[in-house]
Design a binder for this molecule. Sequence first.
Ligand SMILES: Cc1cc2nc3c(=O)[nH]c(=O)nc-3n(C[C@H](O)[C@H](O)[C@H](O)COP(=O)(O)O)c2cc1C
Length: 352
Amino acid sequence: MNLFSPLTLRQLTLKNRIVVSPMQQYSAKNGIPGNWHLVHLGGRAVGGAGLIMTECTAVSPEGLATLSDVGIWNDEQKDAWKNIVDFVHEQDAKIGMQLWHSGGKGSLKHPNEKMKPLPKEEGGWTVKSSSPTEMNGVIPEELTVDEIQELKVKFVEASHRAVEAGFDTIELHAGHGYLFHQFYSAVINKRNDEYGGSLQNRIRFLVETVGEVRRSIPDGMPLLVRISAVDYLETPDAWTLDDSIILAKILRENGVDLITASGGGFANVSKDRVFPNYQVPFSSTIRQQTGIATGAVGMITEAVQANDIIVNDEADLIFIAREHLRDPYFALHSAKELELEVEIPWQYKRAF
Ligand SMILES: Cc1cc2nc3c(=O)[nH]c(=O)nc-3n(C[C@H](O)[C@H](O)[C@H](O)COP(=O)(O)O)c2cc1C
């Protein structure tokens, strides 16, 4: 077993363990992915990664963070995604869509304008969350129980469109301080109803959505969830790795096939906590304690480093984000470094 061993989840087989981690490009108009996304995602498929993940893709306009994020709440968006999916498939790679709602972290300006709150007259909207807890200087409105039910429907509708566009897998983005995380972490969730209070209540929105999405996508399609395994906060209400283990067991029982163990989202993580493999212990602990397949992510930048995580049984997939921006051919370069045979795109064979 190594970085280039295939992995089968349900009826999906990935040719290797290297994943292009979701990365927002802030380059869309009306939620529609364009040429940039085709080249960005397609280029990394040419580069040999087994699974290409889209950036976080909003299930509704209110689920965007900025007006430059991508979405999949209408057919125009779906058709644009299909073009990208087809190209990735032509490269013998698989592609997954990360579905997402920003909750209280929405209605922001573009990063080039420092992601300041977007005023209503420039297209901004009222952001809503589990509770009116301040996030980045904004106090969201509290979602009603009816609105929570409507949100689950949005995720189901978006999943249908992703399946129709030809995606091989779906990942729910339940980390990084976005809407699902705003429910399961007591740092934000201060509700007193069935969606707040106990851990069981706080994870309810995610678990119910997982159940409904699972039932609405083909049985052979794996369902992935990205969580923040910890909040990286010391307060008594912070989400912990022990909480993540409980959550992972329940997600597994509800048909989730793989959990990517990321972290944080409500506060800047201090620099001394970020170092190579810094989140691998989350992945390996969740994997050992629950038996679910896991993805490791965070400061994994080298072939030998990534290979060791697989060889040591610490994760099933390696999600590589920033190194893929520096090197779209990370997978092909890794195979060469590890002296493993892989298929090179025929157009490029003369160079490898
Ligand atoms: C430009 C950029 C955009 C990102 N966008 C997303 C995203 O859309 N969804 C997500 O789950 N994580 C996102 N992330 C986080 C990465 O997927 C990854 O978890 C993080 O960068 C750590 O991995 P790395 O050290 O390999 O970069 C983004 C990271 C970067 C650098």
